[in-house]
Design a protein around this ligand. Structure first.
Ligand SMILES: Nc1ncnc2c1ncn2[C@@H]1O[C@H](COP(=O)(O)OP(=O)(O)OP(=O)(O)O)[C@@H](O)[C@H]1O
Ligand SMILES: [Mg+2]
Length: 461
């Protein structure tokens, strides 16, 4: 192709483009190597007809132009200020190169008046303000409710964990919270967020087990409109984006499918992600707190959990003991829960009777504090006076009283002793993982006596 053919082709293409581009407002001009105008799309802007411009040297038509210089040097000049008709415009000057040779230059006006930039800037800052307002609305919608003061405990291990949580809250380190169901994992996660430097940012939680495997990725990454069949028309904001610079709480992490584990790890390492159906990388700035009630060491051993993700998340580990291992928490938990009921159904302050407390002490609490809360809520509703009595407790807790052959009819003294014995034996069995020989040794009684006591007291562990 000769230079001329190249020019012809180029101007043909520009003719087509000019129908699409807003030439009315901005326009364009092409000059040859010597600076003579060959194409003129500036009729409106300069109020000069193409017939009057084409063929003339560009310096005769455009004030302060440098297009002829660029056509010589081949060095492009972008975003240059140029004074035309008394106003400052911003222009781009781009050399046209064919077969490694500069054969001309194209000039375009990006902003007709520098004032346009000020206008654009003010529109941008308005948008930015709106964006900030939406962000703060999101933060309000996704606020964490609990604080460290809401974690009620008298147990030394728990107090240490609370202290650890408070200390690390202000860092951005990932946290892994482990513990049985109902031990207060979410409580800790929220408390950490609220004590962090980003407490005014959103706390967004995602329960990995409640989302079908195929949808989990869309839920986390979000997608652009029309990203896949069945996707919502207007796209979807993912949890990564919602969390912004706040906290992303990944609950039931142990159930996360393997392929998602890989993807999550990649996001945590690279600190960026790509929404589904998009080609733009988006920075990921949120802090991640994960929780699980599964034993991840076992999951890693049987290959259902990736160890690299485990170590990435387990920067800070909070392992919450089950309620049965901190049975001394029962009284404070009960009294705090009962005080929350005050004024709800009862005028006067509710409290636990000793008998009811003894029964709670004997229970194993597989559902931990959540189970206790249900028991207390129920008791507060059905209790008519101000004292929670054994009959206000659910059947399955009342049986501890009935299963003992030492009934109350035997006398209060015997009943109390039996309760105490049962507590001691239950605790010793628990401490020794159900091993009766070890429990007997700890209690300082013979194994056969332990067996007898267990039978008499209705202990089936
Ligand atoms: N130490 C505590 N003090 C006061 N309330 C607590 C405590 N621990 C747990 N709770 C209460 O117990 C209930 C369960 O807590 P949470 O939802 O945090 O448990 P979880 O460990 O996340 O359970 P799951 O594994 O089933 O999701 C909540 O109502 C919470 O307020
Ligand atoms: Mg939970």
């Amino acid at each position: 192709m000769t230079h001329q053919e190249y020019f012809d082709k180029l101007t043909d293409s520009i003719d087509t483009l000019s129908d699409i581009l807003d030439t009315e407002h901005y326009g364009m001009c092409l000059v040859d190597k010597d600076g003579y105008i060959i194409k003129w799309y500036y009729e409106k802007f300069f109020n000069i007809k193409a017939s009057a411009a084409v063929g003339r040297h560009v310096t005769e038509v455009i004030e302060n132009t440098r297009l002829h210089v660029v056509a010589q040097t081949g060095v492009k000049e972008l975003m240059q200020l140029q004074k035309i008709n008394g106003s400052m415009v911003i222009t781009n000057r781009i050399p046209l190169i064919h077969n490694h040779e500069v054969i001309g230059a194209a000039g375009t006006i990006i902003f007709r008046d520098i004032k346009e930039i000020a206008h654009l800037h003010s529109r941008m800052s308005k948008l930015e303000d709106n964006f900030k307002a939406y962000r703060s609305e999101i933060a309000k919608m996704y606020a964490a409710q609990y604080h460290f003061d809401d974690i009620i405990t008298n147990n030394q291990k728990m107090l240490n964990l609370k202290h650890l949580g408070q200390t690390i809250a202000r860092s951005d380190a990932s946290v892994l919270i482990q513990g049985e169901s109902g031990t207060g994992k979410e409580l800790f996660a929220q408390a950490i967020h609220n004590a962090s430097l980003v407490s005014h940012q959103p706390f967004v939680s995602l329960n990995c087990s409640s989302i079908p495997k195929e949808l989990l990725e869309a839920e986390l990454f979000g997608y652009e409109s029309g990203a896949f069949t069945g996707a919502r028309k207007d796209g979807k904001i993912g949890k990564f984006e919602l969390a912004g610079e706040g906290t992303l709480f990944l609950d039931e992490l142990g159930t996360m499918p393997m392929d998602m584990q890989v993807k999550l790890l990649r996001v945590l390492e690279s600190k960026e992600y790509v929404p589904l159906g998009s080609n733009k990388k988006v920075p990921f700035k949120a802090r991640v707190i994960a929780a699980t009630n599964e034993n991840l060491s076992n999951s890693m051993q049987n290959g259902s959990f990736r160890s690299d993700l485990y170590y990435r998340l387990n920067v800070i580990n909070i392992n919450i003991p089950p309620l049965r291992e901190r049975i001394e928490d029962l009284p404070v938990l009960c009294s705090s829960m009962l005080s929350q009921k005050e004024g709800l159904y009862h005028q006067s302050r509710l409290h636990m009777s000793q008998e009811a407390m003894d029964l709670l002490n004997l229970h194993n609490w597989p559902g931990n504090v959540r189970e206790l809360r249900n028991v207390i809520d129920r008791a507060a509703i059905i209790c008519e006076g101000s004292e929670i009595l054994p009959q206000h407790l659910p059947e399955y807790i009342q049986v501890y009283r009935n299963s003992s052959p030492l009934e109350i009819s035997d006398g209060y003294y015997h009943y109390e002793i039996a309760c105490l014995e049962r507590q001691l034996i239950t605790k010793a069995l628990r401490d020794n993982g159900g091993n009766r020989q070890a429990a007997a040794r700890q209690l300082g009684i013979h194994r056969s006596l332990l067996y007898k006591k267990m039978k008499d007291l209705g202990i089936h562990e």
